[in-house]
Design a protein around this ligand. Structure first.
Ligand code: TYD
Ligand code: MG
Length: 467
């Protein structure tokens, strides 16, 4: 008999090695390599004759398209993030840090769907029935017809959810607890998680039930171990937020049935998650407009404009290498802005510590925030508050030019709605509304911006002298 060859698989990134190594060659993590059966125990082994293939009918690209059948949760922020509700026969992965509120969100979704007459099964592998019941009580979901099971074995789960009437939605909380008899590896390993998820996806495709899988994220932001799961599912959503803040953002990173840049915004309360339909008001809530170093960025999240405050503090350093501390933005982009300020605007920050924070724990991923960041930095260095009713957006290029960004009209409309009457934006913005009420200043380069802010300082000084 031929002995099945074993593989050594990194539990962090899934790279396979032919022998055990202390450090993974794929991701560089230490002590993550574990011995596994390469086929996950399914269909492998000697003596198995491969089945002869059967040709399938080839078809044309044109033809009738059916709209993906969806089930709406009527939690509009959740429906927005999924692109209009869960799709029947599809699998969605919801990732997030432990304790961020994934189980809470899904229990609320389960309750809402159950109230709408759908058959919902919630399989908890992490908590006992009593714990889940307690949460359901707190969320006022206990009186609904959500069916509950505390189980981790894949075969038992399949037998349970396959019994009786087809469920409309199945929630598996979480994939890290799944284990199957067929996979020859310890629970929680890549092989086990992959096997479990594959079985759940197959169930969804066969029965037309929507499958929601919960996955925990490790500290470096990957879904623990099974990065490999992301490509298997139809949609990946991340539930993120700052533990110190109350609101949570559901961000779509992959969606085979809808847009990928949407977010849903929630606020965690003592009765579960509450929807936030106007996030700008929330993010600007604690604003102190009179202090230097704060600039309001008019951003976009998918189809929705979001206004957030960017705060900068520039202070002389006492260290040999000045500090750069950033929360909510990309550190490489900050370095770039600092370099452009230095090279093209004569703003020297080499002897200064720079702290940058996006208010409220929000995370900006758009390059359009460059202009707001630069404004906040210059404002802090000059010790001069920016106009309280002004928003900023635009991308800065390495040459110091300000590049136009998309959705100008929408950004300005949101700003006006929230009482901002001025905006500093890139020259040549395509869809700039003509004859609008606000005062829009188009600038071409970063030196123009610095001159504007410094100019307002001179104007102020003159006023002081006149007095
Ligand atoms: P949970 O949904 O268990 O997180 P996850 O499944 O992502 O690990 O939520 C955990 C946190 O949410 C916990 O610290 C308590 C808090 N919470 C509230 O503040 N209000 C509530 O109504 C509920 C149910 C939880
Ligand atoms: Mg949980």
């Amino acid at each position: 008999m031929v002995k099945a060859r074993t593989q050594f698989v990194c539990q962090n990134c899934g790279t396979a090695h032919s022998r055990w190594v202390g450090k993974c060659e794929g991701c560089g993590e230490w002590n993550t390599v574990v011995e596994e059966d390469p086929m996950g125990g399914i269909g492998s082994g000697p003596g198995k004759v491969p089945k002869k293939g059967r040709p399938v009918a080839l078809t044309a690209l044109s033809g009738e398209i059916e709209e993906a059948p969806r089930i709406h949760t009527r939690i509009s922020e959740l429906d927005r993030a999924t692109g209009g509700g869960f799709v029947r026969g599809s699998a969605v992965l919801i990732g997030g840090d432990p304790g961020i509120g994934k189980s809470t969100l899904l229990m609320q979704a389960a309750a809402a769907l159950s109230r709408g007459g759908h058959r919902v099964i919630y399989v908890s592998g992490e908590e006992a029935v009593a714990q889940v019941r307690l949460r359901a009580q707190r969320l006022q979901a206990a009186e609904t017809d959500v069916l509950l099971a505390a189980e981790t074995n894949v075969e038992d789960i399949l037998a349970t959810i396959g019994e009786g009437k087809r469920p409309d939605l199945v929630i598996i909380d979480s994939i890290q607890t799944l284990w199957s008899d067929t996979a020859d590896a310890a629970p929680g390993t890549v092989t086990q998680v992959r096997t479990g998820v594959q079985a759940m996806i197959r169930f969804a495709k066969q029965t037309g039930a929507a499958m929601v899988l919960v996955g925990h994220v490790t500290k470096d932001g990957q879904i623990a171990g099974p990065r490999v799961v992301e490509h298997m599912v139809d949609a990946v959503l991340y539930f993120e937020g700052d533990r110190g803040h109350h609101y949570r953002i559901l961000r779509t990173v992959k969606n085979r049935f809808g847009p990928t840049d949407e977010i849903g915004v929630f606020e965690m309360s003592d009765k579960g998650l509450r929807e936030v339909s106007n996030p700008s008001e929330l993010f600007l809530g604690e604003r102190n407009a009179k202090s230097p170093g704060a600039a309001v960025f008019a951003g976009m999240e998918g189809t929705r404009p979001v206004l957030v405050e960017v705060q900068a503090l520039v202070a002389p350093t006492s260290l040999g290498t000045p500090r750069r501390a950033i929360v909510g933005w990309d550190s490489a982009r900050l370095s770039m802005i600092l370099a452009v300020l230095e090279a093209h605007c004569g703003v020297r920050l080499g002897q200064h510590d720079v702290y940058l924070n996006v208010a409220g724990g929000y995370r900006i991923s758009e390059p359009a925030a460059d202009l707001a960041v630069a404004s906040a930095l210059v404002s802090s260095l000059a010790g001069l508050a920016l106009p309280a009713d002004c928003v900023y957006f635009g991308e800065v290029s390495l040459s110091g030019a300000i590049r136009p960004v998309a959705h100008t009209a929408q950004r300005l409309k949101e700003a006006e709605k929230l009482g901002f009457s001025q905006a500093v934006l890139p020259a040549g913005s395509a869809d700039l509304p003509k004859g609008a009420g606000g005062q829009w200043t188009e600038i071409e380069s970063l030196p123009d911006l610095v001159a504007r802010i410094a100019g307002s300082k001179r104007a102020l000084q003159r006023e002081d002298e006149d007095v």
